[in-house]
Ligand binder design. Structure first.
Ligand SMILES: Cc1cc2nc3c(=O)[nH]c(=O)nc-3n(C[C@H](O)[C@H](O)[C@H](O)COP(=O)(O)OP(=O)(O)OC[C@H]3O[C@@H](n4cnc5c(N)ncnc54)[C@H](O)[C@@H]3O)c2cc1C
Length: 347
């Protein structure tokens, strides 16, 4: 996944150049923190992998952390891995930039047009039926996020992913939260944080994540419900863990709660490539909460496949058929996807 994410950074730079505008990428760096020995081992593995791919890294002594992240209590931190070139940006601006650049290259984007059906002939996909009529194509790329499984089931393929709840909270500005500081990833607290609109954004993963049946995802996500708890249970469950690293947490005034579906697979890896047994259908989904970070790599890989070229990345870990036949509508299968989110160690 590292090369796919690095492609996104490269694409941001070339989009800024070709469109002549800044995408306001904030290269604040990222800090992975570990308090227990087993998490230290995980970080060492992460560091080795990143080094293999030429990513600049630094181990920071815990005593230096408050200078970088004033709200962070260094005492529980055993090791801290700093990746200075990491950053974040507004995903809407990135999506708009991809769209503008695609138009400049001759792509035609149809908005407010829904695909209702995959058109099939002799076991292969030959196009799509939309609210704007039929479109035929030698290759169809299915990248419909949480809605993908319903469409692919028309072609008889069960996408091995489920829409699992992702969520974060944004707290009001606080004297210990500077406008600019590294984002942090704290697997032991199942948490990540970053600065946002002058306050602190923090995401918490539940010990038991929740998902929905893909058939129940509405067209408008504002109408999607993950149940009655509206995140309060995960907030109270997660704050106890996060408070160890962020003692000022009880003082933070929560201003916003953001939630939505992220498509997770049982192994936390994407669903990217040709659909087994269905010619003409390429899949680019199951993004496991990293679809923005890896968007450049995913796009480049699927574009190469659609043009019958060799993708510039090893896509074997992402093969759509790697779990065998699955039923994405089966609650037992969804449990496996929920567990992948709960056990995730990255941000
Ligand atoms: C709260 C939250 C926080 C997140 N934080 C991060 C993060 O920090 N970093 C990160 O990398 N990722 C993050 N993610 C995950 C990221 O948003 C997803 O991985 C990414 O959006 C997946 O992209 P996608 O294109 O596969 O799906 P989507 O973004 O869901 O896009 C699918 C599109 O397909 C369209 N569509 C669906 N059905 C049809 C149809 N029948 N016809 C036409 N169009 C259709 C939809 O309208 C939608 O526009 C987060 C997600 C959530 C919910």
């Amino acid at each position: 996944m590292i090369p796919l994410v690095r492609q996104t950074y490269a694409d941001i730079a070339s989009l800024e150049q070709s469109l002549g505008e800044s995408l306001d990428l904030r290269r604040v760096g990222s800090l992975h923190l570990a308090a227990a020995v087993n998490w230290e081992r995980e970080l060492q593995e992460l560091a080795d992998l990143n080094t293999l791919h030429g990513v600049a890294l630094q181990w920071l002594p815990p005593g230096e952390l408050p200078a970088l992240v004033p709200w962070l209590h260094p005492d529980p931190v055993r090791v801290a891995l700093f990746t200075p070139d990491d950053g974040y940006l507004d995903p809407y601006r990135l999506a708009q930039a991809y769209a503008h650049a695609a138009r400049q290259q001759g792509a035609i984007l149809l908005q407010n047009v829904a695909v209702r059906e995959l058109l099939l002939a002799h076991g292969r996909v030959i196009g799509v039926r939309t609210t704007d009529g039929d479109y035929h194509a030698p290759q169809v790329v299915l990248a419909a996020g949480a809605w993908s499984a319903v469409l692919s089931s028309q072609a008889g393929f069960g996408i091995p992913s489920a829409p699992v709840r992702s969520q974060y909270w944004i707290a009001a500005p606080h004297p210990l939260v500077p406008r600019r500081h590294p984002f942090t990833i704290i697997p032991e607290a199942r948490a990540y944080t970053r600065p946002e609109v002058g306050g602190l954004l923090f995401g918490l993963r539940e010990a038991q994540s929740v998902s929905v049946d893909p058939r129940t995802v509405p067209d408008d996500l504002a109408n999607l419900s993950f149940g009655d708890d509206l995140g309060w249970e995960s907030l109270s469950e997660g704050t106890a863990l996060l408070e160890r690293f962020l003692p000022a947490l009880p003082e933070l005034a929560i201003q916003s709660y953001i939630t939505g579906p992220s498509t997770y697979t049982p192994d936390g890896l994407f669903v990217l490539g040709a659909t087994p047994g269905v010619e003409g259908l390429l899949l680019a989904t199951g993004c496991c909460g990293a679809g923005i970070a890896a968007s450049g790599g995913i796009g480049r890989a699927v574009a190469a496949l659609a043009a019958d070229q060799t993708p510039p990345f090893d896509l074997s870990p992402f093969q759509p058929g790697r779990f065998g036949a699955v039923d994405p509508f089966d609650p037992m299968f969804r449990r496996r996807c929920e567990q992948a989110r709960s056990g995730k160690v990255s941000g």
